[in-house]
Design a protein around this ligand. Sequence first.
Ligand code: HEC
Ligand code: HEC
Length: 207
Amino acid sequence: MIRLIRFSRMLVLSFLVTQQTVYADDHPIPDEYVYCTVCHGILFGGNVATAAPKLTGLSAWYIESQLRAFRDGLRGTHIEDLAGLEMRPMAEMLSEERLSQVSRLVATLPNQNQLDNPGKRTERGKQLYSGCGACHGADGRGNQQFAAPNLVTQDSWYLIKQLNNYRNNIRGTQDRDIPGRQMRSAVSGLESEQDLIDVVSFIQSMQ
Ligand code: HEC
Ligand code: HEC
């Protein structure tokens, strides 16, 4: 029995060690940021179970802007925004220096293409996206000039959730939040749940 326990412990340990090695060798994440991956997934690939989105594929300037938005109370304060409320204290813990450092770090990680929705192009989706392209780019890859992030690498569950956050006045409501307010007014053309699905499917078809 004891031998069995020892053996299984060894198995668990060797599993952990192996995991650690793959992780550390390929893309070392400094110890102080490993806790981000507890929610955002290994290598920041997103995790629907914790509602924490994929961060790879995003530019450093956008990651930094959102960490600031959480830290400064522009995002993640609404009572119905459970996911945002969870993220907010994480950003509050970061010093100015770490906030920039982690943003740059995450932006250098490889983007993992594991889209849950292969993206079915519909005429309606294309038509709806034509307005979005003015800021997010005709290719959906974002434009820093308009503070508009890359959308095409993101998972559909998170895109739909954020579009609903803007529609339901959960994100982008505060006077100081100029990019958020711009985005909130941009969702007025999305009238139904089907519109959200169509526009998000179109976005993902551009991957
Ligand atoms: C306790 C879980 C948790 C931890 C730990 C955590 N996050 Fe988050 N994070 C979330 C959730 C949940 C969201 C989604 C918020 C929403 O839906 O608006 C989020 C959102 C974000 C966003 C916004 C992404 C976007 O596309 O707008 C960024 C950037 C981010 N997190 C960075 C980080 C970084 C960097 C760390 C570590 C310093 C971290 N997070 C740690 C849960 C977490
Ligand atoms: C006027 C410019 C503009 C237009 C038009 C626009 N957006 Fe945005 N969008 C932005 C900006 C700026 C942000 C970042 C907001 C922030 O910092 O909180 C954003 C953020 C988003 C996000 C959140 C991404 C994330 O990672 O959290 C989604 C999703 C999105 N836009 C989708 C769309 C869709 C779909 C359309 C068309 C229906 C659209 N946008 C039209 C400027 C725009």
